[in-house]
Design a protein around this ligand. Sequence first.
Ligand code: ZN
Length: 380
Amino acid sequence: MKYCKKCLTPDTRPRISFKDGVCNACVFAEEKRRGDVNYNERETELNNHIAAIKEYSSSNGNVYDCIIPWSGGKDSSAVAIHLKEDFGLNPLLIRFNPLIPTKVGIHNCREVLNHGFDSMQINLNVSVSRKLCYRFFLERGNPKLHWDAGIASAIFKIAIDLKLPYIFYAEHGETNYGGRVLHKNSEKIRDYEEIIENLVGDNPRNWVDGDNITPRDLYQYVMPTPSSIKKNGIEAHYYGYYRKWNVKENYRYVASKINFKTAERGRTYGTFTNYDSLDDYTDDLYYYLNYIKFGYGRGIRDLSRHIQNEEITREEAIILAQKYDGEFPEESIPPILDYMGIDRDEFNKIVDSHRTPSIWSQSDGRWINILREKLMHEKI
Ligand SMILES: [Zn+2]
């Protein structure tokens, strides 16, 4: 186990690769800084793409130009406002309702819509979602896995139904934050195969469980077939490919446009930032479980992005990591227990079952994060 020499991302991050001790997210950030990525060229590409979208809309008499998968958060909202105000598009915002919505998330959604957008919201069948939430918490340590599948598939289904083939996602995570890019083009155009493999891990059709979960219950989670995506000309692009992607800048931009509220506690659990993933209580558990499985949590994720954008030094970041990373999201747990219908004992047992043995050891009944110890003993 080792940490990247430049940021704080460890090699326990799924699918990340290292060269000479440096992770591929840092390599990408360095390429962007050196000017290897020609953003002028990409801006022209974006303009051409948008011209094609407008052409399609006018020849088909469409009211909406494109679909934006939208959470109400800073990133998807920044994309929506940029496309509307910089390019004159009329996007339709589509939201896949969070498992357990927060007040701040609801407020921010309302603010963005008041800024001048139409939206659609898919509300999950809660009785099915509860079962899947518990199952994936138990089996994979990811209570939101089905939500990831749902947001990926529902958008494509709606695009086909509405004959609205142009979709804009925010950024390609595997390129920006370290991961495995299956095809060169998938940094720009969403790759169906990559989403299923990296994000979901299997086909939601396999989640049928007798009378407990029927194929009908899974409708919202199952992707349309690749042939229907192709036949309907569905094209999902990453806005973050075309323009320099910086999550802090997205926050500043959105906050300059609407009354965007940040975390009520002053920051979100496990990190020093207050503007990211604010809309669902289960997000806090998701990040905590990453800490349990991979030995690093939301704080190190955020700190690494800040280091890559030269907003903080690695030395400063180590101090903040020690302070915040892996913090237990105490106040978010009661609504999650209620949602899954389990008690604290069962919850704790399941959390412990996901501890990776090479990362965790026990001493006097306390869990020690061996990976973290390594970071703390690094010479600063
Ligand atoms: Zn790195």
